[in-house]
Design a protein. Structure first.
Length: 169
């Protein structure tokens, strides 16, 4: 690798590496990207200068976030086979990030659905509990009524028996 060449945080050379904006990658050498884009090709250089590969803009534009998410890993590997290792790793990392977002979103959605279901069950159980309490209150009221009525009848019966005993004597 040429020592005068600038290197980014990932250890990839900045000169001559052009990526596309849809994947969150921005051409590092805009002037070079513009001239090569006009020709219809990007010249991508890996850390090994002998591994420079011409890559069609059409292929780069086909590797959108949507494609990265939905494509099978075999299909993606087939398309990435022709590009440098560093860029291949970035695409794979981008795919993993997108997949993780998708799984996370699905998990949050399932959690929200589960929470709503539990809240509805809770409301139904609270309503059932209120109905049971109301029924219990009515049964207790009825029991108290019959208990009072029974006491009154016992009192009446004992009064009648006393009257009979008094009459018999």
């Amino acid at each position: 690798m040429n020592e005068a060449q600038e290197i980014d945080n990932d250890g990839c050379p900045l000169n001559n590496i052009c990526t596309f904006e849809e994947s969150g990658f921005v051409p590092e050498t805009i002037a070079m990207a513009r001239s090569q884009e006009a020709a219809g090709w990007f010249l991508l250089t890996s850390t090994n200068p002998t591994q420079s590969l011409p890559l069609s803009l059409k292929l780069m534009r086909n590797l959108t976030d949507d494609y990265l998410e939905k494509a099978t890993i075999q299909d993606l590997n087939r398309k990435l086979r022709r590009i440098p290792k560093e860029l291949r790793q970035k695409f794979r990392k981008r795919r993993r990030i997108l997949k993780n977002r998708q799984y996370s979103l699905k998990c949050r959605k399932n959690g929200a659905v589960r929470q709503n279901k539990i809240a509805k069950e809770n409301e139904a159980l609270e309503l059932e509990l209120l109905q049971a309490k109301e029924e219990l209150r009515k049964v207790i009221e009825e029991r108290n009524y019959y208990h009072k009525r029974c006491s009154e009848l016992k009192t009446s019966i004992s009064a009648v028996q006393r009257n009979r005993q008094a009459l018999e004597e």
